[in-house]
Design a protein around this ligand. Sequence first.
Ligand code: FE2
Length: 354
Amino acid sequence: MHIGDPKNTEDNIYVLGIESTSHTFGIGIVEYNSRKKSLKIIANEYDRYVPAKGGIHPREAALHHTRVAPQVLKKALEKAGTKITDINAIAVSLGPGLGPCLRVGASLARFLASYYKIRLVPVNHAVAHIEIGKYLFNFKDPLIIYVSGGNTLIAIQKKKKYRVLGETLDIPLGNLFDTFTREIGLSPPYVVNGKHQIDICAEWGKEFIPLPYTIKGSDLSFSGLLTAALIQAKKHINNKVELGNICLSLRETAFNMLVEVAERSLVLTRKKEVLLVGGVASNKYLREKLVIMTKMHEAKYAGTPPEYAGDNGAMIALTGFLGYVHGVYIEPEKAFIRQRWRLDEVELPWLPNQ
Ligand code: FE2
């Protein structure tokens, strides 16, 4: 018997989740109350790496994670009022993500699991973004729109897996906004007072200008849009209103493309719930468009709030709990990272069979 295994069915279950796929090092803890049969997030601590200039430098981000890991772990355990020996399972995000960053989380998980003899649950980062959204809104079978710096896709659950109906063929939506604002000298930082630079810049604009709008079936392509917007922006780099028009038009075009693809999938699948997850879920302009679209089709809409939309440890702990109670654990020495671990490769025993 492992140290953390519940002694009897009356014991509460604690799962600690480690997130380190990209710029965030996070530790979350969930508690399952066996008597009330309720699951609660009791800690969600993190420290984010912010590059001095340019995009994320994987090795620098990994160094950041190594430096902050002990402190974030300590804070999370204190916040939850637990000791490491109370923890039943260590869940870790093993991919997809940046290799050097993933290795920090995986090493910590392997150490904690083998030293304290605690179960180790592998978690796919994309699955975790979806599970936390479903948990927060008690959604059972939503159409999922997952948008972040590293992903843009539409998915549904079917036969114990999340199935991708449409996705970006080149760059993800978050990456489009980060790259554009960086290239025109506005970022980093990418987010100021909770607002992305693309939204700050869009406020300077007054009118919409046409830019490439590329949908292929249910897939999306943003690279032509980025190139065209950059060519325009570089011509008007010192004209705030013109630059604002381009930011506004870039954002509107990208969001309209995504909403069109989501609407097609919604009509096709006839789902009654639409769930927006991932870092870009905090964007109010995208939210507004999705609210209108889902209302037209009489579906319920929900978007993950900022605290849980970006990368965080709580979503890993929560998904780890689902894995733990369904017997999904591995030996610590088998906890290898998978940089390109796709959402639709993962078989999930807690999803329905149909
Ligand atoms: Fe993420």
